[in-house]
Design a protein around this ligand. Structure first.
Ligand SMILES: [Zn+2]
Length: 133
């Protein structure tokens, strides 16, 4: 362990015991310690994230991919069956926004969305306003 000067501060990286002097807003003794600390922090954040964070974002991204693919393939007014959508792995439970109109309730996964029509039909739409923050 190194001798700490009275005026020196101890490096904020938990595995480092160096003391240092310098600007008062400096908290690490070196760039290396700052980088290590940052890496540790990111690891901790990832570790603490509940499993559903990742799982649900994967579902929504997958839904988005399917909607985008169908829309890009067939264009405006694409109507498919809910059976086909479900069959392609689409999960109706998860979406990012809801738009209520006189035609019904649109559900969006980012900029692509769907509206349930009668007889098990689904209308696929694109709306850039749904990703404006
Ligand atoms: Zn250090």
């Amino acid at each position: 362990m190194k001798q700490a000067k009275e005026t020196g501060r101890t490096c904020a990286y938990r595995y480092c015991e160096n003391t240092f002097e310098g600007r008062s807003d400096k908290v690490f003794c070196s760039d290396q310690c700052r980088n290590h600390a940052r890496r540790d922090q990111l690891k901790t954040e990832k570790w603490n994230a509940p499993a559903f964070y990742l799982k649900i974002s994967e579902i929504i991204k997958h839904n988005h991919k399917i909607l985008k693919h169908l829309f890009d393939d067939k264009g405006d007014n694409t109507v498919i069956t809910s059976f086909l959508l479900r069959d392609s792995g689409f999960n109706f439970e998860f979406h990012t926004r809801i738009l209520t109109t006189s035609k019904g309730i649109y559900r969006f996964c980012f900029d692509y969305g769907w509206l349930e029509l009668e007889n098990g039909k689904i209308l696929i739409v694109k709306n850039d306003r749904m990703v404006e923050i």
